[in-house]
Design a protein around this ligand. Structure first.
Ligand SMILES: Nc1ncnc2c1ncn2[C@@H]1O[C@H](COP(=O)(O)OP(=O)(O)OP(=O)(O)O)[C@@H](O)[C@H]1O
Length: 268
């Protein structure tokens, strides 16, 4: 495989008028001695979908997981630099990570509903954070399932186990569970990679509708998916964000050779 320069980069500058939901500044992630992310500075515009693309091992998931401090759970991992969210550096030790994750939710690659009813999957976290009123919880279940485009299929039996749903429905349940906490930002790590094409299409439609209310950052290996649903794309190469631009530019006239080769299928 050809080696590309890590200094030959293009990161689209944002205008003063664009609202940034979250931004990293010189973010580095270390697994033990190994530096896996080399000082990435990226802003993410509010109410847009940004896709993170790049070959296996380029650091997309590591970067994504850092955004709501999921790497804290991996022993020996150190994250330096800043993650600015509402004028607060959420990478600081002073931040209450559980509170922060109410604002920045995550959906993983494999659908992972709890072995509980659909209703309990969605109300689990809100109840843990103290919400006990049945009417409020009922309303939350209905709106979250509607936003995740699952309500019509499950409304007649909310007591059935989340595990009894199809893979695509389970993933939409996980999205509903994440949005029940009313986060600002939704992080998704290859949410459709374990799904068939029809379920993938419904998840994509769901995400497109959700961006009216949420800022979405999604890791995907699927170039068509990135092109279909994202407004911006960041191309990762060897732990660095090499190019970051509007998706249509990344896919039609990227500025960097490594990006061009990757999106045209010449490497990775
Ligand atoms: N828990 C870990 N411990 C040690 N090294 C890790 C760990 N997780 C990831 N890495 C390393 O960090 C680098 C980036 O990995 P990461 O999983 O973020 O890449 P990726 O682009 O998301 O890959 P993929 O597309 O295969 O999921 C790789 O070299 C990987 O081996």
């Amino acid at each position: 495989m050809q080696n590309y320069s890590l200094t030959d980069t293009y990161l689209k500058p944002f205008d003063a008028g664009q609202e940034i939901a979250i931004a990293t500044k010189d973010l580095k992630v270390f697994y033990g001695e190994k530096e896996a992310i080399h000082g990435v500075s990226l802003p993410f515009e509010r109410y847009k979908i940004t896709a993170l693309i790049g070959a296996s091992g380029s650091g997309k998931s590591t970067f994504l997981r850092s955004l709501n401090r999921m790497n804290d759970n991996i022993e020996g991992t150190k994250v330096t630099g800043q993650i600015m969210y509402r004028d607060l550096d959420i990478n600081s030790n002073a931040v209450d990570v559980y509170e922060m994750r109410k604002h920045i939710g995550m959906v993983f690659q494999r659908p992972n509903p709890f072995a509980k009813s659909i209703y309990d999957n969605i109300t689990f976290a809100p109840r843990r954070f103290g919400e006990k009123r049945k009417a409020v919880l009922d309303e939350l279940v209905e709106t979250s399932l509607k936003q995740a485009a699952l309500w019509d299929q499950v409304k007649d039996d909310l007591n059935q186990s989340g595990l009894s749903l199809s893979g695509g429905q389970q993933q939409r349940l996980c999205i509903a569970r994440a949005i029940a906490m009313k986060p600002d930002i939704l992080l998704l790590d290859e949410p459709a990679s374990a799904l068939d094409p029809i379920s993938t299409a419904t998840v994509e439609e769901t995400l497109l509708r959700l961006k009216d209310d949420y800022t979405i950052i999604i890791v995907t290996h699927n170039m068509q998916q990135a092109a279909r649903i994202s407004d911006y794309t960041a191309f990762f190469y060897s732990g660095t964000a090499i190019e970051y631009d509007e998706t249509r530019k990344i896919f039609t006239r990227p500025k960097i050779k490594a990006t061009e080769d990757y999106v045209s299928g010449h490497f990775g």
